[in-house]
Structures are given as structure tokens and as C-alpha cells.
Write a protein that binds this ligand. Structure first.
Ligand SMILES: Cc1ncc(COP(=O)(O)O)c(C=O)c1O
Length: 450
């Protein structure tokens, strides 16, 4: 067992050490505070919980160097945006090549046909569209689902995150759907058009879909934004059956779970979504995402467009589908979304998972570890949560903060908000073993058995 006193002592000491190690970042944080809201170009950058933000001078492969010259092995990888490493040579070369030939024209580039073929080949759906981010893709998909079904409501799982997608910011409060209390400037009651149920609760799902008024279920195949919640055996089959039975479209958001293999989680596990969303690393770290339609949905969308009245569709943005996005997607799909690449990532991720599991057993600490392909998550609690409600009560605690600071001060970057670790092509067995050994030393201190 870990004691609150041990956690507090570690956090205090590690915060002091962070301040001592990072004088240049501290000075930059002071200067940046002059003109950035919250001192950072994007508010989440201050959510790491450190005494001030780290400023990064360089990111190469999986190595980050900060303003003070400290070096880190990066297991966060931009929270998946740089899942295949920071500016690896094929990415840097494609960026330079296309950079010299024009970035955006509002016309299709020469890569368009090839990238369409690659998306279809890798992920198994025949018809695609490009957006600027996964948030945009999810927003567009929700509109399409409403248009194609003529239904207003959508359903999401409690504790989900699908990006800056207004409709999905709801939570279960004592069995009722309510808007997320943290939303800035939301004036609508989102519960009017969104239902939320717990992941893995088939009976609640069936009941919520039974009225036949839900346009789509928007779901990650594994919940990855509230720690990690795995689907129960048979859950995805039940989800597919319940959506089919009620004429509800099934949207699988693979933005994180595409760590499962070259065709994402859906291909690896034989899911059969109507629509799929892929984002973050799909263009190597520049803003881009895609959504794909099954043949049946593509046909319905085609019919819809034939009768759509003139005027703005509310779908699409100026910089989407650009030459630079397509060039980057092409290199990512050709180079990294391959069976060989994922086989290597999987082997190392398994080494990481089993290494952490063995350390947990040796230190007799009440934690656990789970994995989805190249994505590993350790949670500082003994039991795997079965749904987002349970998981939300187990993350964002001082113990996570203490562990993050401990690892950061020893040159290892763990994703903030929870404890996610990603393997990239440049990650080595030595990097994995170093992370496991450091985490085990941290566990030892927390349980008082060094
Ligand atoms: C499952 C999932 N979908 C969509 C998004 C949104 O991605 P972006 O912030 O790149 O728009 C995220 C972001 O974390 C995500 O985790």
C-alpha cells in the first residue's frame, strides 16, 4: 500500500528538484506569461502540473531536449500526435519536398488518388474525407449521421473524450445525462440531444437506443482518455447488434486506438463500423485527420448530396485536404502503417507491459497495467475499471502527479492527465528497460520498500 504521506513527500521533493533543474525554462515561463493566456500558446500546455512549463528546444526521434539542456526519452509523443517519433527522416524529407511545391491550393494534389487507395487498403473502408483535426472529423461525422438518419440525438460513453466536439461533452450524474460542468461558454443543454451510458453496460446501451431516435453511437473501441478501459468480451458485438437493430450508425473513433496495428483496432479485432475516424499521427504531427464511410453509408451520402438544398453544408474547412496534408499522409501510410513496423512496436510494448507488471508484483504495489498495441497504460489502483465512471474516480490524483514528476526529473516523459506510454519506431529495448527500472524505483519509494 502507498501512504498519502509518502506521496506528498515525493511530490514536494520532486517539485523542488524540478525547479532546481530548470532555471532557463523558469525564465522563459516568466517571459511567455506576458502575452499568452495562462502563459502558454495553448491552455493544455500548463496542465502538466509542474511548477512552471518546460520549454522544449528540440525533439528528434523519441529524444526531447529542453531549454536547460536536459534530455528526455519521450513516451508521451505529443499525446499520440508524434506516435511514430519526432520528425523522423521520411517525415522531415516529405515535409521539405512538399514545402517547396506549395502547401495549399483548394484543389486536389497529385497524392490524392494514392492516399485514397492507401486509406482504403489499410483501414478497409472505401470512401474518405480529410479534415484539419480529429475534433473536426468527429463534428463532421455527427452532422452526417444526423443528416442521413434524420435523427437529432447521439450517444456517447461516460468519461469519453472525442476532441473539441460540443455534442460529446456530457457526463452521467446519478444516472442523468448532464453537460460537462467545465465547459467554457456552452449555452445549450447538451443533454437535450446527447445520451450517455457507461461503457460495457449492454443493458443501458440497448435501453438508450430502443426508442429509435439516436443517429449514431460515437465510441472509442477502448476508452483511452480516462486511464484505459478495455471492452468486456462480447461488448463490441453487442454494440454492433444494438446499433444495427435500431438503425443507429456506429462511428468508431480510432484516433488513439490506431496504435493497435496498420489497420487500427477495428481491423485488428474484426469490428464492422459504419464510419471511422482517424487523427493525430495520420499526417506525422501536422494538423490532419480523416473519416471513412462504409460502402452503404457512402451511397447514402451520395444520394443525400443529390437533393441537398444549396447553401453552406457546415462540413469542411479551408485548409482541409491540402497538398501538405496529403503528402504527409502518404508518407505516414506507406512508411509506418505497415505490418512490419507494428510487429516491432508490439514486441517492445509487450516488453514494457510485462516489465511494469513484474515490477508491480515485485514491489507489491496495488497498481495494474494494460495495453492496446503500442499503447501501454499503468494505473495507480489495483482493479481495472470497467467503465468511465469508475475510471474517472481513479485518475488525476496526487499519486499520478508524484509519479509524473519523479519520472520527468529522471529524464522520462509520461503523458500527463493519466499514465499513458507509447512505443515509437526509435524506442529501444534499453529505453523500455530504463523506464521500467525507474518506475520500479519510484514504486519502491512509495511503498517504503527500497
Ligand atoms: C479519441 C480521440 N478523438 C479525438 C480527439 C481529438 O483530437 P484533436 O485534439 O487532434 O482534434 C482526441 C484527442 O485527444 C481523442 O483522444
Amino acid at each position: 500500500m502507498t501512504s498519502p504521506a509518502a506521496v506528498e513527500a515525493m511530490l514536494d521533493r520532486e517539485r523542488a528538484l524540478f525547479i532546481q533543474r530548470n532555471p532557463a525554462s523558469e525564465a522563459l515561463a516568466e517571459k511567455a506569461a506576458r502575452h499568452w493566456l495562462g502563459g502558454v500558446p495553448m491552455m493544455w500546455m500548463s496542465d502538466w502540473g509542474t511548477p512552471f512549463q518546460l520549454f522544449i528546444a528540440k525533439a528528434e526521434g523519441i529524444t526531447l531536449t529542453d531549454a536547460d539542456g536536459n534530455s528526455y526519452k519521450d513516451f508521451c509523443l505529443g499525446d499520440t500526435g508524434a506516435m511514430f517519433g519526432h520528425s523522423p527522416a521520411p517525415v522531415a524529407e516529405a515535409l521539405a519536398r512538399q514545402g517547396a511545391r506549395g502547401l495549399t491550393t483548394m484543389l486536389a494534389s497529385l497524392d490524392a488518388a494514392v492516399v485514397g487507395d492507401l486509406l482504403s487498403d489499410r483501414f478497409g473502408l472505401p470512401v474518405w474525407q480529410v479534415t484539419a483535426t480529429a475534433s473536426d472529423a468527429n463534428r463532421s461525422v455527427i452532422r452526417w449521421c444526423r443528416a442521413l438518419t434524420g435523427r437529432a440525438k447521439i450517444l456517447v460513453f461516460n468519461g469519453c473524450y472525442h476532441g473539441a466536439v460540443d455534442d460529446a461533452f456530457v457526463t452521467l450524474d446519478d444516472g442523468r445525462t448532464v453537460s460537462d460542468p467545465g465547459l467554457i461558454g456552452e449555452v445549450r443543454d447538451l443533454a437535450a440531444t446527447t445520451r450517455v451510458v457507461e461503457f460495457n453496460d449492454v443493458a443501458a446501451l440497448q435501453a438508450a437506443l430502443a426508442p429509435g431516435d439516436v443517429a449514431c453511437v460515437l465510441a472509442e473501441p477502448v476508452m483511452t482518455n480516462v486511464g484505459m478501459v478495455l471492452p468486456d468480451e462480447g461488448f463490441h458485438q453487442a454494440l454492433r447488434e444494438a446499433t444495427r437493430a435500431t438503425g443507429t450508425l456506429l462511428v468508431i473513433d480510432e484516433t488513439h486506438c490506431m496504435s493497435s496495428g496498420p489497420g487500427g483496432y477495428a481491423r485488428a479485432h474484426g469490428l464492422d463500423p459504419d464510419i471511422m475516424v482517424l487523427g493525430k499521427p495520420i499526417a506525422g504531427g501536422i494538423p490532419a485527420a480523416v473519416y471513412g464511410f462504409s460502402a452503404a453509408i457512402a451511397a447514402r451520402a451520395g444520394d443525400y448530396l443529390k437533393v441537398k438544398p444549396p447553401g453552406h453544408s457546415g462540413i469542411g474547412t479551408t485548409l482541409s485536404g491540402s497538398a501538405i496534408q496529403l503528402a504527409m499522409m502518404r508518407v505516414m501510410l506507406e512508411t509506418y502503417f505497415t505490418a512490419d513496423n507494428f510487429a516491432r512496436l508490439d514486441t517492445l510494448a509487450e516488453r514494457l507491459e510485462t516489465g511494469i507488471a513484474a515490477a508491480i508484483a515485485r514491489r507489491q504495489i496495488d497498481w495494474h497495467v494494460v495495453r492496446v498495441g503500442a499503447r501501454v497504460e499503468f494505473m495507480c489502483c489495483p482493479m481495472r475499471p470497467r467503465n468511465g465512471g469508475q475510471a474517472a474516480r481513479l485518475i488525476h490524483r496526487p499519486i499520478d502527479q508524484a509519479v509524473h514528476h519523479y519520472m520527468l526529473n529522471r529524464g522520462l516523459l509520461v503523458t500527463p492527465f493519466h499514465n499513458m506510454l507509447l512505443i515509437a519506431p526509435d524506442t529501444t529495448a534499453g529505453d523500455v528497460d530504463r523506464l521500467v527500472a525507474t518506475l520500479e524505483a519510484c514504486m519502491g519509494e512509495l511503498v517504503g520498500r527500497d
